[in-house]
Design a protein around this ligand. Structure first.
Ligand code: AMP
Ligand code: MG
Length: 313
């Protein structure tokens, strides 16, 4: 059920976390499905509810943090916020959370409700996005309800997510920092603080970055990335095609529906609207969604990453 994220309801949710239950809660990236990170049985429930494979590790959300030099520098600059750090783990974190890896993913979210929930629970909260595995990430409480239904007792509602794409994941566990996933914090911002950073292209479903699966974040409707939607339409005459457009398109008439990510083409606004726009297309009974590439700068990288995975069969 959806509950407004009032002081009282955050308290109720924190009691559930303490009892080993899962709750859905807002963060500035997307809505999360959380459980006590120290409690294996509670974390198993996350996998069951999401139908998530056990090889896909969770991010642990904390309200406070101490660690090594590089991690501290990044934490000082970007936490609380949409950045996840992969660090060597210690014994307190059960294997279920990390999929048996020697490393753990840690994030300090910026959303006041998420922070309050973690503080009141008194434990770090392991939480992936609150959606079914592989499906669109939820940027509103309604999206969580639609996908997870009554499997979660409390869905804390605090309106739409500010960023709308997941956190940026930086691996600090092997000497050189490596961006494993583009997200709400841009590569440009990171490089200003720690200099040049490499990014893993993760073009394969490999173990190095578990969960960075090629097919992910997918709408039910087939999605195709094309250089020109107008020319692509020649191949899809008579089909019900939707256009996902970064800004106001010149030509709308070939398409059954058009979703504009940002009237002005602003990448930040576009990221915030991405999953919801795909979700809207999904109820329109379309044959296909077409989308043209967005510039791969700033949040454009995170957007293109999600679109590429969404377009996989
Ligand atoms: P989600 O919160 O749904 O975006 O899922 C968390 C993602 O974090 C996983 O799918 C992994 O890609 C990533 N992740 C979590 N822990 C690790 C780790 N120890 N090493 C590398 N990636 C990780
Ligand atoms: Mg997810």
């Amino acid at each position: 059920m959806i509950f407004k994220a009032t002081e009282e309801n955050i308290f109720k949710a924190s009691e559930l976390i303490k009892q080993g239950e899962c709750v859905a809660f807002p963060t500035e990236t997307v809505y999360g499905l959380g459980a006590n990170a120290f409690n294996s049985l509670a974390c198993v429930k996350i996998f069951e509810i999401k139908q998530r494979p056990f090889f896909d590790p969770l991010i642990v959300h904390v309200a406070e943090f101490e660690n090594n030099e590089m991690a501290r520098k990044l934490a000082e600059n970007f936490w609380p916020g949409p950045m996840t750090l992969i660090l060597k783990k210690n014994q307190n974190i059960p294997d279920i959370v990390t999929a048996g890896l020697e490393t753990v993913a840690v994030r300090m979210p910026d959303h006041p409700v998420a922070r309050e929930l973690i503080k009141k629970s008194g434990v770090p909260i392991a939480a992936p996005s609150a959606n079914l595995f592989g499906s669109l990430s939820p940027t509103k409480a309604e999206h969580v309800l639609k996908q997870l239904g009554d499997k979660v007792k409390i869905i804390l509602d605090a309106g739409p997510s500010r960023f709308g794409v997941e956190s940026t994941i930086i691996d600090l566990s092997r000497g050189k920092p490596l961006i494993l996933r583009f997200g709400g914090l841009t590569a440009e911002e990171i490089e200003k603080v720690i200099g040049r950073v490499e990014f893993s292209q993760n073009q394969q479903n490999n173990i190095v970055a578990p969960g960075q699966l090629l097919k992910h974040y997918s709408p039910h409707t087939k999605l195709l990335i094309v250089d020109s939607a107008k020319s692509a339409m020649r191949d899809f005459k008579g089909k019900r095609v939707g256009l996902l457009s970064l800004k106001k398109p010149k030509n709308k008439k070939d398409f059954v529906a058009v979703q504009i990510l940002s009237e002005t083409g602003d990448l930040k606004e576009a990221a915030a609207n991405l999953f919801e726009s795909l979700d809207r297309f999904d109820v329109m009974n379309l044959d296909l969604i077409l989308v043209e590439p967005v510039p791969e700068i700033g949040l454009g990288r995170a957007i293109m990453d999600r679109l590429r995975r969404a377009s996989r069969n």
